[in-house]
Write a new protein. Structure first.
Length: 160
């Protein structure tokens, strides 16, 4: 019994050492031109969901890569105010831009916001980088609740 508690304690202690992915992530291997194309697509989707000019955003910065610079630039061009830190009334935006394993030149972008909205899209990278399929999105909890009362589907694939 005593050894059981020691193993339990050690297991809990080691679980605290497990790496956690918090914030944004951008893998290396995307050119600035490709990042700009993907960032423009993402900024357009964010602008379609939230009104520019009245929505303040906090973009979670990735530790490496330059995608956050491209996305920030595109969001500012659309009229969003970007804040250095999150807080009340500020929508935090995090993303993951990464390669799909064993699929050369196929990458995905997943964007999530602090209110629960998220979307994902796959991109074929190359001289003419473009989306490779539709966009999948999940509405924020508030919009899901209102959609459920109206019997509208909220998890959907959007056309290209």
């Amino acid at each position: 019994m005593r050894i059981y508690f020691i193993y339990l304690w050690l297991g809990l202690l080691l679980a605290g050492c497990a790496p956690r992915h918090i914030g944004s992530f951008s893998a290396e291997g995307v050119t600035p031109k490709q990042e700009a194309i993907i960032a423009e697509d993402a900024a357009g989707k964010i602008a379609a969901e939230y009104p520019p000019g009245v929505t303040a955003l906090h973009l979670e910065q990735a530790r490496r890569g330059h995608f956050d610079t491209a996305l920030e630039s595109r969001l500012r061009e659309r009229g969003f105010r970007l804040e250095a830190s999150g807080g009340s009334g500020i929508l935090s935006v995090a993303y993951t831009l990464d390669a799909i394993k064993d699929e050369p030149n196929v990458w995905y972008l997943h964007v999530k916001t602090s209110d629960g909205f998220s979307f994902s899209r796959v991109y074929a990278l190359g001289p003419d980088t473009k989306p490779d399929g539709g966009m999948v999105q999940m509405a924020s909890p508030e919009k899901r609740a209102s959609s459920e009362s109206e019997n509208v589907s909220v998890g959907k694939v959007l056309p290209q």
